[in-house]
Write a protein of this length. Structure first.
Length: 419
């Protein structure tokens, strides 16, 4: 009897899941890297339009709220239409937003192009892309997720200096055009490598061979409606909401805190880059550790680590102690971002993971919108950052305790697998 050879055997062909991870890296690199280029344009915009520094914070808050909050729309759409389409649309919006910013005639038009283009673009692409990565891995899901989102950290390090160089060489308007074309071409191009289901490529998760008698591709998992009604989801949502309220405070207030403590402004700005270095390291290296020690326990450790590092910030006064805080905080923050989508997929399955992650990330959107501004109001009242930083640390302690309690609840996907 003649047999048919398997043409997509994982031992003879590179597992396509790594191409999906690479595409996700590029999407997060361009999306979030483009978002953080705004700081490079502030001086030019102030000079040409007379914009105030205070108004800049509104741009970041609105864009951040959009790219986390829109996941509850883009996630379910990706589960239905495919992550490739949503990621391509999102990258096109990012590129269009940057190009329109370069042709703006008022500062309001710049803000609208940046906030809506970047916010809606990243919101359209981020959650669907992360959801696609989760479906390709089980044993190495944490490692793969960490590699995918490490594009955020690398983009934060690379894109702002690139924008600064382009502004010096071409002027801010043409710099926006170049960045926009780059984002559209490279971002959309990489999106076409994204695929939702390994079974359609002839393999299972992690490259495992498929049963040749298996039926059409099936992805196990609960529905979005079933997921959001579980105690497990409620616990995850509460931990993310409470933690995010404090997690994003350093991104807005670390530099002014350092300046208040006699750190030179040029040196203070480097602290944000230090968070990016730590975050990149955390995303690259901690995901693999999570796969070995258990992803639930690892998530709790990230909350504890962020709480401990924020406590260090509360007592740090000089440049080097703040560098130590920024690096340590970045590592735990990066590990949190990397492992969260994997934990969601572990407990709810891959069938509707985009929609579930999207709804979960509305908690992060709320924290991004409220946390830094609340810390600013607290500083206006007390003229000190001690109270808001302490609250940020305490919030992550509470998040860790809720995560411990959540671990005791049953995993919804376990019931689906048993049935």
């Amino acid at each position: 009897m003649r047999t048919t050879a398997v043409t997509d055997h994982p031992k003879t062909k590179l597992f396509y899941g790594w191409f999906v991870v690479a595409a996700a890296f590029v999407v997060t690199f361009i999306g979030f890297g483009s978002a953080y280029t705004f700081s490079s344009f502030v001086d030019s915009l102030q000079r040409d339009f007379g914009a105030s520094r205070g108004s800049v914070s509104l741009v970041f808050s609105f864009a951040g709220f959009l790219y986390f909050g829109l996941g509850m729309i883009s996630g379910p759409l990706a589960d239905r239409w495919g992550a490739k389409r949503l990621a391509a649309i999102g990258m096109a919006l990012v590129g269009l937003g940057l190009m329109l910013a370069g042709r703006a005639q008022t500062i309001v038009q710049v803000y609208a192009a940046y906030s809506i283009g970047i916010g809606a673009g990243v919101g359209c692409a981020y959650v669907p892309t992360l959801g696609a990565v989760q479906r390709w891995f089980v044993k190495r899901r944490g490692f793969a997720s960490g590699l995918a989102v490490s594009g955020i950290g690398v983009g934060t390090l690379v894109m702002p200096p690139l924008a600064t160089w382009l502004i010096a060489s071409l002027g801010w308007r043409d710099a926006y055009l170049v960045l926009g074309f780059f984002a559209a071409i490279v971002g959309v191009g990489s999106s076409f490598l994204i695929a939702d289901d390994p079974r359609r490529h002839g393999v299972g998760p992690d490259g495992a061979p498929l049963d040749p008698l298996a039926s059409s591709p099936v992805r196990h998992g609960v529905s979005v409606r079933e997921a959001v009604r579980t105690a497990r989801f409620a616990g995850l949502y509460a931990t993310c909401l409470i933690s995010a309220f404090g997690v994003f405070v350093p991104f807005v207030h670390l530099v002014p805190y350092a300046v208040d403590h006699q750190v030179a402004p040029a040196a203070a700005v480097l602290l944000l880059g230090t968070i990016g270095v730590g975050s990149t390291a955390g995303r690259f290296f901690l995901g693999g550790i999570a796969d070995r020690v258990g992803r639930d326990a690892f998530l709790i450790a990230m909350y504890v680590g962020m709480a401990a590092s924020l406590a260090i910030w509360a007592v740090a006064g000089g440049f080097w102690p703040l560098v130590g805080f920024a690096l340590l905080f970045g590592v735990f923050y990066g590990g949190w971002v990397a492992i969260l989508p994997a934990v969601v997929t572990d407990h709810f399955g891959g069938r509707n993971v985009g929609g579930i992650i999207g709804i979960l990330y509305t908690s992060v959107a709320i924290g991004t919108l409220l946390g830094p501004s609340a810390a600013g109001f607290a500083f206006d009242i007390s003229h000190s950052y001690v109270f808001p930083v302490a609250i940020s640390a305490a919030a992550n302690v509470v998040a860790a305790l809720i995560a411990v309690a959540t671990m005791k609840t049953g995993s919804p996907i376990a019931a689906v697998v048993r049935s």
